[in-house]
Design a protein around this ligand. Structure first.
Ligand code: SF4
Length: 411
């Protein structure tokens, strides 16, 4: 990551003029005629105006002041806003990290109980054999030779509900079921079984979530009728970087599925993965996508890539913790009512790092025996951590789908 020292200043200095002007950073340009000069032409090019150092410093100070004001206004918000410009997100994202985390902690307290963290357990109900080519994923058939992951059949309804019962006994309030599929086309029987799993999980008094790849309007409606609480479908990264990671489905196809989920009245869970080789600008792009959706996702998972040998990203270096923290804190400020989830990669974080994330606005974790194909912190370990830091599990159905104008999004 680029050094964090005075980053807002550096970023705005590189911004296109139109964007920077929108932030109010630059005075309007005077026309050459108004300035009493001959109009520039190829024979008479406009002279390069040397900018005096004092003027440059004045502009920098104005930019910093503008970015600080933007942050203050964002933190004073009493309702989520959906009309963020990318430049505004950039100005917030590049604030000095300690200040960003402090401000995120402040707004977190207005929209959430800071002691509450949602406990979610994720079960892989159909492992491997996926036709997609997500470069980070062990479940793609394309990388099967390298990963050695065996494809399995869909789990039975009984085995899934037994796992949900165990998760509930251990304190989890949301049970997520993931299947390695591109989409649900031609999977009528599987959809029927999944609906039984969803209603069975709801009958246990738990929130239910599934991630099944792309779904259409009708499939979303059926899942809603079965009692589905949330549907996970990550956008993963920025629109610009996305084609470097996945080629078998487009960014817009992902957004279309999110639209079907939203229209069916199911809460949207959509987040990203850090450490794919993206830049800070791509993290801003990811935040821009989700923070400008018609309604903010009810849940925003932030994953740290867990490199898996045999996948194209199997040798990637782990993402720096400060990048995780910065993304979480910026997300908290941009989407104040959303649940922000520390997802994959938490196993590699020290307890103090996790606590820093909770302080800066993260309020959900995956806990239990396993994530989809990677390690997960166990229930006992998390319960002990909660005890040490004075945290408590969030009760089921504490949050509703986050809508514009819905201050706390709380049930
Ligand atoms: S992330 Fe999902 S869609 Fe992509 S390869 Fe893995 S299972 Fe398939």
């Amino acid at each position: 990551m680029r050094p964090a020292l005075q980053p807002a200043l550096r970023r705005t200095a590189r911004m296109p003029l139109a964007s920077a002007a929108r932030l109010g950073n630059f005075p309007a340009r005077m026309s050459t005629a108004a300035a009493g000069q001959a109009a520039p032409s190829p024979a008479n090019p406009a002279p390069q105006q040397p900018v005096h150092q004092a003027q440059a410093q004045e502009l920098d100070a104005a930019r910093q002041q503008r970015a600080r004001r933007l942050l203050q206004d964002a933190v004073a918000a009493t309702a989520p806003r959906h009309d963020w410009s990318r430049e505004e997100i950039s100005a917030i994202f590049y604030q000095p990290l300690m200040e960003l985390a402090y401000q995120a902690a402040s707004i977190h307290r207005r929209f959430h109980n800071p002691a509450e963290v949602q406990l979610c357990t994720l079960m892989n109900i159909k492992t491997g054999g996926c036709t997609e080519d997500c470069s980070y994923c062990a479940q793609s058939t394309r990388y099967q030779k390298g990963t050695g992951l065996e494809a399995k059949r869909v789990e039975t309804v009984e085995s899934v509900l037994e796992a949900a019962r165990i998760a509930k006994e251990n304190g989890s309030t949301r049970f997520c079921m993931g299947a390695a599929w591109r989409d649900m086309r031609g999977r009528k029987n599987s959809l029927r079984n999944i609906k039984d799993m969803v209603s069975g999980v709801r009958a246990l008094g738990m929130e239910s979530c599934v991630t099944l790849g792309m779904i259409d309007e009708e499939q979303a409606r059926e899942l809603k009728e079965a009692g589905l609480t949330a549907y996970n479908h990550n956008v993963d990264t920025s629109r610009e970087f996305y084609p470097s990671v996945i080629s078998t489905r487009t960014y817009d196809e992902r957004l279309k599925t999110l639209g079907h989920v939203r229209d069916a009245g199911i809460s949207v869970c959509s987040g990203g993965i850090l450490g794919l080789g993206e830049t800070s600008e791509d993290r801003i792009g990811l935040l821009y996508t989700v923070a400008t959706l018609p309604s903010h996702p009810e849940s925003f998972p932030v994953n740290a890539l867990v490199p898996i040998k045999g996948t194209p990203l199997g040798d990637r270096k782990p993402i720096e913790f400060t990048s995780m923290l910065r993304t979480i804190a910026a997300a908290r400020i941009l989407m104040p009512a959303t649940i922000i989830r520390i997802a994959a990669g938490r196993k590699t974080m020290a307890e103090e790092q996790q606590a820093m994330c909770f302080m800066a606005g993260a309020n959900a974790i995956f806990t239990g025996e396993k994530m989809l194909t990677t390690e997960c912190n166990g229930w006992d370990e998390d319960a002990a951590m909660f005890g040490r830091w004075g945290l408590q599990p969030m009760k089921s159905f504490r949050k509703l789908t986050v809508q514009a104008g819905d201050v706390a999004g709380q049930a």
